[in-house]
Design a protein around this ligand. Sequence first.
Ligand code: XLS
Ligand code: NI
Ligand code: NI
Length: 438
Amino acid sequence: MAAPAFPDVMRIRYEGPKSRSSLAFKHYSPDEKVDGKTMRDHLRFGVAYWHTMRGTGGDPFGPGTAVRPWDDGSNSVANAQNRARVAFEFMEKLGAPFYCFHDRDVAPEGKSLKESNKNLDAIVKVLKEEQKRTGIKLLWGTANLFSNPRFVHGAGTSCNADVFAFAAAQVKKAMEVTHELGGAGYVFWGGREGYSTLLNTDMKRELDHLAKLLHMAVDYKRAIGFKGQFYIEPKPKEPTKHQYDSDAAACLNFLRQHDLLGHFKLNIETNHATLAGHTVQHDLETAVAAGALGSVDANVGDAMLGWDTDQFPTDIYLTTQIMLVVLKMGGFTTGGLNFDAKVRRESFEPVDLFYAHIGGMDAFARGLKIASAIRRDGRLAEFVRRRYASWDSGIGAEIEKGRMNFKKLEACMLKKGDAAPNASGRQEYLENLLNEFI
Ligand code: XLS
Ligand code: NI
Ligand code: NI
């Protein structure tokens, strides 16, 4: 057994709101029940391997700053295996029940596909051992189809058919290892599936190719007996100027058009929704309305910065609103709250990884409790229900039942003379109501 990577950090425990310890949970009490279900099972927290284990703090203006004493900085398989053990030490001490990874975060890419697959197998062996040792599970796996220069024009949407074939081979292998590790899901995030200029782009052809890749994945899933849930993760831009999976609605339309809707749910990320000009609640509600909310990449952007800053979520309003939607849909099944978030470049010490995750977990624990209290109180739901009361009987009910047409509606209004007066939307009252609970 190697020396611990975080010798000064013990298992993070719940100490309650009065605790003054910075390495304790004040609100996340995993075994505590909320509405009959433990917080652990409600929230299903995941650690993102790419940020937590591979983030360096580099930005376009300077190299990484992160101090990671366990990492020898090499691209060797041995270093990657050691890193995997460190990841599990971290997650075990944190008490995170899940993690997520891309193939290339966990294992170094080799000179050929064959070598890359071999490297991946060597790491998956360690991941499997560590999962068994700790009971930590894989929330979802994915393939990195965007970092290597071969994906400069995209992967499934590349103009180069060989690149499409390479992407397919990579997804095949990533699905196999996700299956082997008992992953609850598999994510497709578009990466470079989009364009920088339409002048060189055959959009229709690219989208048809992307659908072909996803259909092949669906077929292969069946072939290997992988029962995990497939997800598409919307994002409107970055790295390309337009990504095809731009928001929840665009993804749903794409899936529906290509006869894929039955096979995919959405993985909604806060910072991606805001980049698309939506609130995250908007994208969550859009997904729920289609019965397709699968999982959440929990993070937040910076209101002052216009890119995917992937910060840890600490805003109780935000977590409350997310949990209101999650509770409304009846909770997660295969999905969870994956912290697709990174510590700031200035927060370069290993212990900052703990502070970041503890803060996010506590913020969601509060969001869960507040959302549950709002639902138990019932005034918010009752207000919304009453707002649509005119649809419960009379003309509204007839319209909803499909028994009306233009002629009948005109006759109705000719008789009545005018529509009944509207009631106030009461936005401020509702905002105050929300604040009663926060
Ligand atoms: C990038 C995405 C990515 C996906 C997984 O912006 O959020 O991290 O979650 O490929
Ligand atoms: Ni993400
Ligand atoms: Ni992102």
